[in-house]
Design a protein around this ligand. Structure first.
Ligand code: 6R9
Length: 687
């Protein structure tokens, strides 16, 4: 019970946790901890859930968590099949609930869950809930970019809309296993489209509608969709963005590369732009509103195997080409629903809002699938948190409040995702937004993991500001050293996962070898996350174990995390060098007060080209055009040359130090092919 946990032996950090969320590339230092002392500073305080909260929670205490966690690790098959049985399966899975091989030395990496089970995730999101009497419950609320514009759909209405679109897609020849690319903003049509694909067994690939034409075409060329679905335009803050023009450009590109698209379904987003000025290609382009409403509102479900693909989502890696992360149906369904239920302590009376865009994994798992599988009412927000002003989020919270009328009083739980939240931001979120009352679920996970991996269960544990705390059921995080040896207890190192979990991705589309090389070869026998992590052990009287609180400390590979968007340094570099005046580029991440990390680019120009403000702008424009505005470098640093080893490798370690102004920490530069380069770069720091 809660009193037990208050007898925690407190601890004090020698290393301030406030500086913990470090930039990419750093391996975190070990945080020395003194056990058994009273807390000296507020920074190290533990934040307890209120008794009132814990008493009503699904997991009300550490003991209960430990009991469930232990079972999930000792008997994964039993644990997960019990949960999976709560879903609708046309046919139950084979006897073995899962099979896995994560060890490259033992053959092909392979993960399967509920194989042989026949189901459909759209059916479980919609039909099952309607049959259970939730037909008139709001499934999705829509809140537009401009205040005063809103909409909603009940479970029955959503089901009808999904069926109409599903029927249309079938008519267009889309069959089980075919890809459909979706390039839509946060309209209700986005989750509708995802669900319609799932209903007929098609594989959706949502491309965030902030990506450029080039990025979009790259993804289209990779997955060769039967249909592309978009809208004419969207209003983002005060600006109108012509999405259809971007799609047009992407389709020209894909056709050139041998991937012509015959059908482009275009939703007329009247709030942004009327249809008459939209550029049109007859025969290929079709207005959504002209065809979809004519289709029947019922559509038979395509039953699929648990291991049939559900969606592809492209994400950045450490080389230029984005990776098509592939998730399958059964395990993903069970895992997103279960993590949603526990991490947010979901109750049927809640109104739930996740601000993420469905263009990212968070929008897949925790706007569309996780909430709907639980029969939740979920808000889809089209706009930006700072439009028309920075009070917008709290206006929305008050608008959709459940019980009381007072500002933010309806909030029960807060969530955080995408990057390390530093303790001071955590405290602001906790004290100011949550009135020092709402627990924060700081959920660590990845596109690849499908769902939350390390997250507080809000009623169970006391929280540590900035720590994602403990693993979710069935997840075995381990911290390894450079040699791949597991380190126990208090430590820092590379975060890996041992064994599989139902929501794990199964491959990289069309490139299983890259899947093995990137994720399973660095540390044999483990899934390597690409993140650094520190573990801090707190001895709690009810919990005499060597595990502890986890602190995620940022990427250790060449991935930069800007405002929660994953961007590969290689992608930005290739966008820069495609500029005719750029000879070479090297990109690093630097810490940024607001964005977490920002992109800092060192650029070498072609011989004889003078530095100019205009050129700087045009280089940045090149990145905006090729990747998207969110990837624009914060800073371009002119570089007569780059620091390279004799074998020609760029020493990013040195560039990171120069970029962050830590000139006295450059370390050993003697192995450089030309050590003078460093001096030159420093002298150009302020240009
Ligand atoms: C869900 C998502 C994954 C990377 C991941 C890590 C960072 C995500 C985090 C976090 C610290 C958290 N990350 N959540 N770092 N604390 N709660 O963001 O997926 O876009 O694939 O990014 O984001 O570095 O490796 P994705």
């Amino acid at each position: 019970n809660n009193n037990d946990i208050r007898t925690i032996n407190h601890l004090r950090h020698v290393d301030s946790m406030a500086t913990m969320p470090s930039g990419a590339g750093k391996i975190p230092r070990l945080n020395a901890v003194i056990l058994g002392e009273a807390l000296a500073t507020e920074e190290n305080d533990l934040v307890f859930p209120t008794d009132e909260f814990s008493q009503q929670a699904h997991v009300p205490s550490p003991q209960k968590y430990l009991e469930m966690y232990k079972r999930s690790i000792e008997d994964p098959a039993g644990f997960w099949s019990e949960i999976a049985s709560q879903f609708y399966w046309k046919q139950k899975w084979d006897d073995s609930v899962y099979s896995e091989n994560l060890d490259v030395s033992k053959g092909r990496v392979n993960i399967e869950w509920f194989k042989g089970g026949i189901t459909n995730i759209c059916y479980n999101c919609l039909d099952k809930n309607v049959e259970a009497g939730l037909g008139d419950k709001i499934a999705l609320y829509w809140e537009g970019n401009d205040t005063g514009f809103d909409d909603s759909l009940t479970y029955s209405q959503l089901l009808h809309k999904v069926c109409q679109l599903a029927n249309y897609l079938k008519d267009m020849g889309v069959q089980k296993g075919d890809a459909v690319v979706i390039y839509l903003p946060m309209l209700l049509e986005l989750p509708i489209t995802m669900l319609a694909c799932a209903r007929i067994g098609a594989v959706h690939s949502v491309v965030f509608a902030g990506f450029s034409a080039e990025s979009l075409s790259q993804r289209i060329i990779d997955c060769k969709p039967k249909v592309v679905i978009t809208c004419n335009a969207v209003k983002r803050g005060p600006k109108i963005i012509h999405l259809k023009d971007i799609v047009d450009a992407a389709l020209v590109e894909s056709a050139k590369t041998g991937v012509p698209i015959d059908t482009c379904l275009v939703y007329e987003n009247q709030l942004a732009m009327k249809r008459d000025i939209t550029k049109w290609q007859d025969g290929r382009d079709i207005w959504w509103q002209d065809v979809i409403p004519k289709y029947p509102t019922e559509c038979a479900v395509e039953w699929v195997d648990a291991e049939d693909p559900l969606f592809l989502l492209y994400t950045s890696g450490s080389t230029g080409k984005p990776k098509g992360v592939l998730h399958t149906t059964g395990g993903y369904m069970v895992y997103t629903a279960t993590t949603f239920k526990y991490a947010f302590d979901y109750k049927p009376s809640d109104v739930y809002w996740c601000t993420a865009d469905c263009g990212w994994i968070t929008g897949h798992s925790y706007v569309t699938y996780g909430p709907l599988l639980n029969g939740a009412s979920c808000i889809v927000f089209e706009g930006a948190p700072n439009y028309p002003d920075s009070g917008r989020c709290w206006d929305i919270v008050d608008k959709y409040k459940y019980v009381t009328r007072y500002s933010r009083k309806s909030l029960r739980i807060l969530g955080s995702v995408g990057e390390p939240i530093n303790p001071s931001a955590w405290r602001w979120f906790y004290n100011v937004v949550g009135d020092s009352r709402c627990p924060i679920s700081d959920t660590w996970w990845q596109t690849e993991t499908g769902g939350f991996m390390i997250t507080p269960l809000p009623g169970a544990w006391p929280q540590k500001p900035g720590s994602a705390t403990f693993p979710f059921f069935g997840v075995k995080p381990v911290i390894v050293d450079e040699k791949g040896v597991e380190i126990e207890g208090e430590c820092s190192g590379y975060l890996c996962v041992k064994g599989s979990w139902p929501g794990a991705f199964r491959t990289l589309y069309g490139d299983h070898e890259r899947y093995e090389t990137t994720y399973f070869k660095p540390f044999t026998g483990y899934y390597f996350t690409g993140d650094g992590c520190s573990r801090q052990v707190i001895i709690i009287t009810v919990y005499q174990d060597k595990d502890g609180y986890h602190w995620l400390t940022g990427r250790v590979d060449d991935v930069i995390n800007v405002s929660g968007h994953r961007i590969g340094t290689a992608e930005v570099e290739s966008a820069l060098v495609s500029h005719p005046k750029c000879a070479e580029a090297a990109v690093v991440g630097i810490e940024h007060e607001v964005k977490g990390q920002a992109i800092y680019a060192f650029v070498t120009l072609v011989e004889g080209e003078p530095y100019s403000e205009e050129l700087r702008k045009s280089l940045i424009l090149s990145v905006r055009k090729q990747i998207g505005a969110f990837a624009a470098p914060e800073r371009i640093h002119w570089a007569p040359g780059l620091p390279k080893t004799r074998s020609g490798k760029i020493m990013r370690r040195i560039l990171r130090k120069i970029a962050s102004g830590q000139l006295d920490e450059l370390g050993d530069t003697s192995t450089l092919a030309d050590p003078n380069v460093v001096e030159q770069l420093i002298s150009l720091s302020n240009c």
